[in-house]
Design a protein around this ligand. Structure first.
Ligand code: ZN
Ligand code: ZN
Ligand code: FE
Length: 317
């Protein structure tokens, strides 16, 4: 395992040859259910455990591939963890009580804080892949955390544009976007005292909503107790809307975008959550095909305004 540098796109690739050989789990066996190997039988609501097949490790092997100044490589140092949302095997984040989701938020915050302290961790990435169509093989509700030894490229891009906006306009790019979306409320899905959820003007995925704290802050650790409750409740709200939209357990990728953890100041960054659900209509998948993947340009075959209305009209109960 190692990191390999792509000198054309200028980004790191995580290569872990042995991960491809992960054993198939026996039918009916769940490694995340209470009482299995690493998971206590009782006494917990949410739990984080090391990923058994990590692509980044605190003590990675030395790269055993020939590298040079163009073909650079470095050890795949970092941390991969799994966050188990509940002991209940047959639930999803959307099914959990707001209190249970709040416990997930608290654990995310705690892991972010702990992993941030390690000197080799430059970015803590919290996410969930949900649904078989995304390639998830374990049904037990869980998310993951990757603690990267570098700032990933999409985050870098967000940092660069928000820094530039801050310099030129003296204010936060994301705060400005929130204000614009609020003023023209056609793409707003739901909001509470502290958070707002909308499909942005520039949405990439048909149901690719963003959630923002209304207060300008850059990480989970900046949230007050009350804001964490509001965060849990807006999460539950949008997840219910997703499930009710097509009467299915809605698949998605969900990512938390926070400031890096390299101890540099990021006053211009604003914490948010992004969703990338793979559906464009009931039973119709949105593929990131040639134009998206090979040219890096998104095609959106609907209007964000119409898709936002669908979600607004979908019940949250
Ligand atoms: Zn299970
Ligand atoms: Zn802001
Ligand atoms: Fe983002």
């Amino acid at each position: 395992m190692e990191l390999r540098w792509d000198p054309i796109l200028r980004e790191w690739i995580i290569v872990s040859g042995e991960r491809g050989k992960r054993p198939l789990l026996p039918e009916g066996f769940c490694p995340f259910c209470p009482g299995s190997e690493e998971v206590p039988k009782s006494g917990w609501t949410v739990l984080s455990i090391p990923n058994k097949f990590p692509s980044l490790r605190p003590d990675p092997p030395k790269p055993d591939i020939k590298c040079d100044r163009l073909y650079r490589c470095r050890p795949a140092r970092g941390v991969c963890e799994v966050v188990i949302y509940t002991p209940r095997h047959d639930a999803t984040l959307a099914d959990l009580s707001v209190e249970n989701i709040r416990a997930v938020v608290d654990l995310w915050t705690e892991r972010f804080e702990e992993l941030s302290k390690r000197d080799y961790v430059k970015y803590v990435f919290i996410f969930e892949n949900k649904g078989r169509v995304i390639g998830v093989t374990l049904d037990h509700p869980h998310g993951q955390i990757y603690a990267f030894p570098f700032i990933p490229p999409l985050i870098k891009r967000e940092l660069e544009s928000s820094k530039q906006y801050w310099k030129r306009n003296g204010r936060c790019l994301f705060c400005t976007i929130i204000e614009k979306e609020k003023r023209d409320s056609t793409r707003v899905i739901c909001e509470n005292d502290d958070f707002i959820c909308f499909l942005p003007f520039f949405a990439h995925w048909p149901y690719g909503v963003h959630i923002y704290p209304k207060r300008h802050l850059s990480a989970l650790t900046d949230l007050t107790d009350g804001e964490k409750d509001s965060f849990a409740s807006i999460l539950k709200w949008i997840l219910r809307k997703f499930d009710n939209l097509f009467n299915t357990s809605f698949p998605y990728m969900m990512v938390l975008h926070q400031r890096p953890t390299d101890n540099k100041p990021y006053p211009y960054y604003h914490f948010h959550v992004e969703f990338y659900p793979p559906y464009r209509e009931k039973n119709k998948l949105k593929y990131f095909a040639s134009v998206e993947t090979g040219a890096g340009t998104v095609t959106f075959d609907y209007t964000p305004e119409a898709k936002a209305k669908e979600l607004r009209d979908s019940p949250e109960t």
